[in-house]
Design a protein around this ligand. Structure first.
Ligand code: G6P
Length: 362
């Protein structure tokens, strides 16, 4: 049928969409570049960011995980405090709002009912909202004051991949442009860095055999798996664990490296796979320490580190990029490992059981 043609030579949309990430990143640079080569976001959006004393990011699923990274980007670059909320919790558990909140809804489809319910609510309260979405004209885009588009092209696989990296790339541009408008100079050139990232994504997508082998080595017959990291790596671990459980049905959880010992470590048995991310210099030694703690209890560690921080015995080393932008590439190995784990287990990669691409009921 027609959908098979769009898949081209790919066995699954998910793999095609993972491979599209370098292209999407380059497309985003293009779409957000002004004539003079600088990055550009609509002035009214920058003004809304500047006027707000606190940003509230609201999203579900993978988009929520992108929001966690977005918080780091906006806080570190633009220096505006950010809270990130799960859409379905927000209505019942509304945080105390600041005086001048700005709401950012992140939604690949722009149709998620949980997020829309919050949008309707905060609009009725008189607040401004920005939607970051892949779908122009979607409900969340139409009903918000402003929209930033992902330009990722249609995402068909239920497990979101290219939308996640596109969301982070667009949020990094929003953070950078806001930073500049607020008079905070960045100590790096984001356009150049995103270009380096696109190349690094490409290099990772060329290592599929390696990730297939890692999936075999660590996830072939396991019941469960844990992802650990600190700081931004923790957030990427949450996304990695969601990817793995969505499509392979392996029970997977992401934890902050330092929090493991406060309970979760009780679950570690002989051979339990632990996927650890080590891309942050400031916590490199502490996450290594957390790996030692679980290895001492029998865990089978798969360590994904970054060039410059690698140590003997690391399973895979990703290329070096700016420390704030590592999620854009550290997630790629996790996406591919999940894909191959699901494939080996004979799961329906593109249409996992019980899941829908967009959930339009609350
Ligand atoms: C569904 C999908 C997830 C997605 C979430 C949010 O649950 O299965 O992959 O992350 O909705 O979707 P959205 O379109 O709002 O980003």
């Amino acid at each position: 049928d027609a959908s098979d043609i769009e898949k081209g030579t790919y066995a699954h949309y998910m793999l095609k969409e993972i491979d599209e990430q370098p292209l999407v990143t380059r497309k985003i640079i293009q779409e957000y570049r002004a004539e003079d080569g600088s990055l550009h976001v609509d002035e009214e959006i920058v003004a809304a960011m500047k006027e707000s004393d606190r940003v509230y990011i609201v999203a579900a699923g993978t988009s929520y995980h992108a929001g966690l990274v977005g918080k780091q980007l906006i806080e570190k670059m633009a220096k505006i405090p950010v809270e990130v909320h799960i859409a379905s919790e927000f209505g019942y558990n509304m945080p105390l709002l600041s005086e001048k909140p700005l709401f950012i809804f992140i939604s690949q489809s722009g149709e998620t009912a949980d997020s829309r319910a919050v949008l309707v609510n905060v609009k009725a309260m008189g607040y401004k909202a920005l939607t970051v979405t892949n779908v122009p004209g979607s409900t969340l885009s139409r009903e918000a004051d402003y929209t930033l588009l992902l330009h990722a092209g249609p995402e068909i696989a239920v497990a979101s991949t290219k939308a996640y990296t596109a969301q982070i790339a667009v949020l990094s541009i929003l953070a950078a442009v806001t930073a500049e408008a607020r008079g905070f100079a960045l100590e790096f050139d984001l356009t150049k860095e995103l270009g380096i990232i696109a190349n690094a994504m490409e290099a990772l997508c060329d290592e599929k055999d390696e990730f297939e082998q890692i999936a075999r080595d660590f996830l072939a017959d396991t019941r469960n798996a844990f992802f650990i990291g600190r700081g931004i790596d923790y957030y990427v671990g949450l996304e990695g664990s969601l990817k793995l459980k969505e499509i392979s049905y392996i029970q997977a959880e992401g934890f902050a490296g330092g929090e493991l010992k406060h309970g979760t470590i009780a679950l570690i048995e002989d051979g339990t796979p632990i996927i650890a991310l080590a891309t942050q210099e400031s916590v490199n030694l502490s996450i290594r320490g957390n790996v030692k703690e679980v290895v001492a209890r029998g865990a089978n560690p798969c360590i994904i580190s970054m060039k410059g921080l690698e140590m003997n015995g690391d399973t895979f080393v990703i290329p070096e990029v700016h420390e704030l932008l590592t999620p854009l590439i550290s997630v790629v190995p996790l996406q591919l490992i999940s894909y191959y784990a699901a494939l080996h287990r004979g799961c329906d990669v593109d249409k996992p059981r019980n899941l829908a691409k967009s959930v339009t009921v609350e």
